[in-house]
Design a protein around this ligand. Structure first.
Ligand code: GAL
Ligand code: MG
Length: 958
């Protein structure tokens, strides 16, 4: 039994949130502190009750001990034998809170450390950065404390237990606890010490906490700084003081002030704590915003009565004001667009143990795609994440580590969990309050709405009135217009439809709604997804009160396991775990390895902060930034009309933030000659996220593609034989390998039973779409006249909403390059193609970009497409003769893609599959949200596909 706590079993008791833990402060582990990261001795037990006394003290050298890395999730480490488990809503074991599973893997971490250098009277604090789920600390066999909340550090005073020379540290980590029921986020259940562990040495009299209030008054254009330094004094003598010195980025002094620590008011009824308060008055400083993240540094020193500095700390400062005024969330008095994503801490090999470099890489990839806001779904990240956001310029919704999704309706009202609620929220605020990037506090995710929320909200309202509250379930359960006001200042729903978003904007316009609308989650990026993203933003830009939202989600959570025998990324169920939610965990804009999925290009376009449109003979430039002009960008225009290309710089002068400017259209755009006028904005200088010349925004004015003829047709010969490259086809085709938004092919039965996700796939299966001969389902006629192909498809009303209507060719694989005139360069779909430019593009053959094989590679609005054999120079060319078509040329048939359950299992077809579609269904958001909008559904009735197909043999040219 574990010494001291074994009989109490705090891990099974929800009311026990901590034993011996110090209050959270803004002073965490800093780079100069002693880190205890690296190799630790480790031993796994089946349950906490099985741990013997000697496991936490004495030798850890025997064979039963192994070595693991800290920080790390043991669930992903070799030799441990306790693997990850993925569930979305369900708990991974049965029973209501606070039930625990029969087997409850418990790890004992051990390591020796030498006592840090310290003076007599100094205190030594141990910081445990993050332990999933709860942990118990022993130093030299002595019980130190117990802590909960897997996503915040726990700090203990270990001074009394430390001896000179070698010391022994044991941290027992229990995988499931009563607190697991409030850590039921959608993700892998993993365990271990996944954040750094370290020691901090503090003098006997020290600064325990430093709270900064860095305000910016937008009307006076002045900043001000209030400092409250909490101190702990060895003796209550007079004469202690605190000095705060503010310097700018160049180290130049901006302000300096001192205040004494009042110790005279410790009498009964008058005690107000030991602290010094300093108010700077007006400061001539620059404001902080995500657009211009200007930071200052405040050094705070504690001086003893002799005037000697005995302790000091330094904190970064950004001056800014966040407020909700009417239906607007304002930063420094201005509305800002929330171009956001939800981000989890995730690494494919290290799980939740992300490094600072990993977090920076995420932010860089985001910023390259115009993402400037992050919701820390669904827990506080490492403190360095907020340092990066302060420095690089991101708005952050900081979310408390609370989710009781499986028992949503009740845990939030259970008194035994009240402490957990208040503490998780309060400790996040206590840690993160000095970060300018944090613009809202989120009370957690998907936990219903109950008294525990109001208790936590009440604490924050008093402790930090400088930031609005955010909580989705408060408005979900009580209504968008007037619900949940105590727990949220913003209306922050998940996965509303476009019309619902517009309705809220209309309510604001009509004075019926008065809170800002910022979607905490929307545009579920699972597989080939993000349909209608641009439609959301058309509405957001059109109505008051709508400010944007956070796409779900940034990254897939695929993981590799060292014992898997291969390096494939795992999703739910691949560890043999049950119950599980399969590939619902692969729903990111980027892969687990940070490779952009094609939808990210659409995000970059939709989130651009300069928009350009042609109105008559004018070009209108709209600066969507809130604070900055466009001086850092260069605008270039290009006009292509058939074979002529003209280009130049577009000089619009300064466009103030939030305003538009007009300049004359520099060139005539001929509608009859396939005119395409493009304006692109690129950076003038290198930045932290991209070299100079990085395109941040573009818009096009395109002539009607269906009208145009095309002159690029050179001498061609009709397709006659297989020698031309066509192996088979054209054959009619109605099936596309269902995308995740069509339905969950890996969880078919469950999805049907629980009506999860879109039910479209079920309908297609019952209609026999994947298996039947298309000509038995619809009317189909083909007519070939010379090199002209005409296909007529008559879709009966009963088959409304098909995957696609078109034909397929099988092509000789020697054709390895494609060239086309239409939307590109990446794949695009009818409801995800506004971020795909019209142009002449050239590329190799696409690779499947998704973890789960599904439809990919389409290019919409195509006038012509060619396949090239680079060795012989042979070419196959298809030219639209009526409407532009959509096409893809990939190495898989729809059947191959649909049958495979993992990208690694997908075999390449020996041939190239060329699909030409008269119509192709949109992508929608059906995996978690509204299905394809009606205008992107394939309607019943007649569809035609008319094109000329020609080949050119290199020999013909000579
Ligand atoms: C939301 C939830 C997220 C995630 C998402 C679906 O309901 O907040 O954590 O589960 O749905 O991927
Ligand atoms: Mg959930």
């Amino acid at each position: 039994m574990l010494p001291v706590v074994g009989a109490f079993r705090p891990w099974a008791d929800a009311t026990q949130t901590a034993i011996g833990r110090l209050p959270m402060t803004t002073r965490g582990l800093d780079p100069t502190d002693t880190r205890l990261d690296g190799a630790w001795r480790f031993r796994l037990f089946e349950r906490p009750d099985e741990i013997s006394d000697d496991a936490v003290v004495g030798s850890a050298a025997g064979d039963e001990w192994m070595t693991v890395e800290v920080p790390g999730n043991w669930s992903l480490q070799e030799g441990v034998g306790d693997t990850p488990h993925y569930t979305n809503v369900e708990m991974p074991f049965e029973g209501p809170p606070p039930t625990l599973p029969e087997r409850n893997a418990t790890g004992v971490y051990r390591r020796a450390f030498s006592a840090p250098r310290r003076a007599p009277g100094d205190r030594v604090l141990l910081s445990v950065g993050g332990a999933d789920s709860v942990h118990i600390v022993y130093v030299n066999g002595e019980f130190i404390g117990y802590g909960t909340d897997a996503r915040l550090e726990s700090v203990y005073d270990v001074s009394h237990a430390i001896r000179d020379g070698e010391n022994d540290l044991a941290i027992v980590v229990v995988r499931f606890s009563a607190h697991s029921h409030v850590e039921d986020q959608d993700g892998w259940w993993m365990a271990g010490l996944h954040r750094p562990v370290g020691l901090m040495v503090r003098p006997p009299s020290s600064l325990t906490d430093v709270r900064l209030g860095a305000d910016w008054d937008p009307s006076a254009e002045r900043g001000s700084l209030s400092v409250r330094a909490e101190v702990s004094l060895e003796a209550l003598d007079e004469g202690w003081s605190v000095r705060a010195s503010l310097t700018d980025g160049a180290g130049v002094s901006v302000a300096d002030a001192m205040s004494s620590v009042d110790v005279g008011h410790t009498d009964t009824y008058r005690f107000t704590g030991f602290a010094a308060e300093i108010d700077s008055g007006d400061l001539g400083v620059e404001p902080w915003s995500a657009e211009s993240p200007v930071l200052y540094r405040c050094r705070i020193e504690l001086l003893n009565p002799e005037g000697v500095v005995v302790d000091s700390t330094s904190q970064r400062v950004g001056f800014r004001r966040v407020e909700v005024v009417g239906p607007d969330l304002l930063v420094n008095g201005r509305r800002v667009w929330i171009h956001g994503v939800n981000r989890h801490d995730h690494h494919p090999e290290r799980g939740a143990a992300v490094s600072v470099a990993d977090m920076r890489a995420d932010l860089m990839q985001m910023r390259r795609h115009n993402i400037t806001a992050v919701r820390t779904s669904h827990y506080p990240n490492r403190p360095e994440f907020l340092d990066l956001c302060d420095e690089l310029g991101f708005y952050v919704v900081d979310e408390a580590n609370i989710e009781s999704h499986a028992h949503n309706w009740h845990v939030c009202d259970m008194p035994e969990y009240r402490e957990a609620w208040v503490e998780r929220v309060a400790r996040m605020v206590q840690r993160d309050r000095n970060h300018p990037s944090v613009i809202m506090w989120s009370l957690g995710n998907e936990s219903g709405y109950g008294a525990n929320h109001d208790a936590a909200a009440g604490w924050v309202r008093r402790a930090d009135p400088s930031r609005p509250l955010h909580y989705e379930d408060a408005i979900r359960t009580q209504g968008w217009i007037d619900g949940g006001r105590h727990a949220t200042h913003v209306v922050c729903p998940m996965y509303p439809t476009v019309p619902e978003v517009a309705d809220y904007g209309r309510a604001v316009a009509e004075g019926r709604a008065d809170r800002p609308f910022i979607m905490c989650e929307y545009s579920h990026a699972m597989g080939n997804a993000n349909g209608s993203l641009a439609d959301y933003w058309d509405v957001i830009h059109a109505w008051p009160g709508l400010q944007g939202g956070f796409i779900w989600e940034w990254k897939d959570h695929g993981v590799r396991h060292p014992e898997a025998g291969d390096d494939r990324l795992h999703y739910g169920g691949m560890f043999g775990e049950s119950p599980h939610d399969g590939n619902f965990i692969a729903d990111g804009l980027v892969s687990a390895d940070l490779e952009p999925h094609p939808g990210l290009a659409e995000v970059a376009w939709v989130y651009r902060d300069v928009a350009t449109r042609v109105e008559g003979d004018r070009v209108v430039v709209e600066n969507r930034r809130s604070f900055a002009g466009l001086g850092d960008l260069r605008a270039r225009w290009t006009m292509t009309a058939r074979d002529t290309v003209t280009s130049g710089d577009l000089d619009v002068g300064e466009v103030p933030p939030g305003q538009s400017r007009e300049v004359p259209l520099p060139v005539n755009v001929p509608v009859d000659r396939l005119g395409v006028f493009t304006v692109s904005w690129e950076t003038r200088e290198d930045s932290w996220f991209a070299p100079a010349g990085h395109v941040v925004a573009w818009d096009q004015h395109v002539a009607d593609l269906s009208l145009a003829d095309d002159p690029a047709t050179v001498g061609s010969a009709p397709v006659t034989s297989t020698a031309s490259g066509v192996v088979a086809g054209p054959d009619p085709q109605l099936w596309r390998a269902a995308v995740d938004n069509d339905g969950f092919k890996l969880m078919l039965e469950r999805a049907a039973r629980e009506s999860k996700g879109s039910q479209r796939l079920h309908r297609w299966l019952s209609q026999g779409i994947p298996t039947s001969e298309p000509s038995q389902l619809i009317g189909y006629q083909r007519e070939t006249v010379g090199d002209i192909e005409r296909h007529v498809f008559d879709v009966p009303a009963s088959l409304e909403g098909l995957p696609r209507v078109g034909v397929r060719y099988v092509i000789d694989p020697r054709f390895t390059r494609m060239r086309w005139f239409g939307r590109g360069p990446g794949e695009n779909y009818p409801d995800r193609n506004r971020g795909a430019m019209v142009g002449i593009w050239e590329s190799g053959i696409d690779q499947l970009p998704y973890l789960i094989p599904q439809e990919y590679g389409l290019r919409t609005d195509t006038r012509w497409a060619e396949l090239h054999d680079p060795d012989t120079g042979d070419r196959i060319r298809v030219e639209a003769l009526d409407q532009p078509f959509s096409f893809s040329a990939i190495r898989h048939t729809a059947e191959d893609l649909y049958d495979a359950t993992h990208a690694a299992d997908l075999r390449e077809n020996p041939c190239l599959i060329l699909s030409l579609d008269a119509a192709h269904r949109g992508l929608g958001n059906g995996a978690c949200g509204p299905d394809v909008d009606a205008r992107y559904e394939i309607q019943p009735g007649r569809h035609t596909l008319v094109y000329r197909v020609t080949t050119r043999r290199a020999a013909d040219r000579r």
